[in-house]
Design a protein around this ligand. Sequence first.
Ligand code: 5GP
Length: 211
Amino acid sequence: MKRWWLEMSKGFLLVLSGPSGVGKGTVCEALLKKRKDLVLSISATTRYKRLGEIDGESYFFYTEEDFGRMVENGEFLEHATVHEHKYGTPKKFVMDNVKKGEVVILEIDVQGAMQVKKEFDEAVFVMLLPPNMMELRNRIENRQTESEADINLRMKNALKELDFVTDYDYFVVNETVDKAVSDIDAIIEAEKHRVKRFKYVKEKVLGGKYV
Ligand code: 5GP
C-alpha cells in the first residue's frame, strides 16, 4: 500500500547533543542501522585524528587555515569552538537532504545547537544525558583517547553543557544503548507525524475516495 503520509512529510533536522563521553556516537550508529530514513551530517573539525578515525567518515579533518576559509565563504550551517578545537556543520549536505525529505542528524554541541535553533524552527532538539557524572568520567577514561588534562576539561565542559537541557525539546538518558536508541526512535516517529510537517494532510484525507 502506498504510504502517502511518509512520502509527503517534510525533512527536518534532528540535533543530538550531550557531554563528551555520553555515547552520542554509539547511539547514533545504532540508530542509523535501525532506521533507514535517517542521514548523518559529517562535521568538519580542526581536532587531531584519533586512532581508528577515518577522514570523511568520522569527521572531515581540516587545518585551521582551511576551516577559516570555509567560515569566510559561509559554508557552515553553524560552527563553534569546543574543547579548544573548531567544529562545524557543512551546510550544503544538510540542506540538500532536508529538501529531499530526509531526517538529518546533527551530532553537535550546545553552542552549535543554539545557532541552529535561531534559524530552523522545525528542527528537533534532543539532549543525551549520562546516568550520573561518575559514570560519565568512567566512560571518558575507559576510551583511553584523552590525556588527564583533556578529561578534566571535558568534565568541566560537561557541567556547562548540561545546563542547556531546558533549551532542548527532549532528554534521553543513556543508561543502555538499546533503551536510548528506542527512545530516540520513538521521538523521530512522533515528530514525523506532526501535522505541521505536512502540506496537504487535510486535503489528502478529505479528498480521498472514502468520503
Ligand atoms: P569529539 O572531539 O569528542 O568528537 O567532539 C567534541 C564535541 O564536539 C562533542 O560535543 C560534539 O558533539 C561536538 N561537535 C562535533 N561536531 C560538531 C559540529 O559540527 N558543530 C558543533 N557545534 N559541535 C560539534
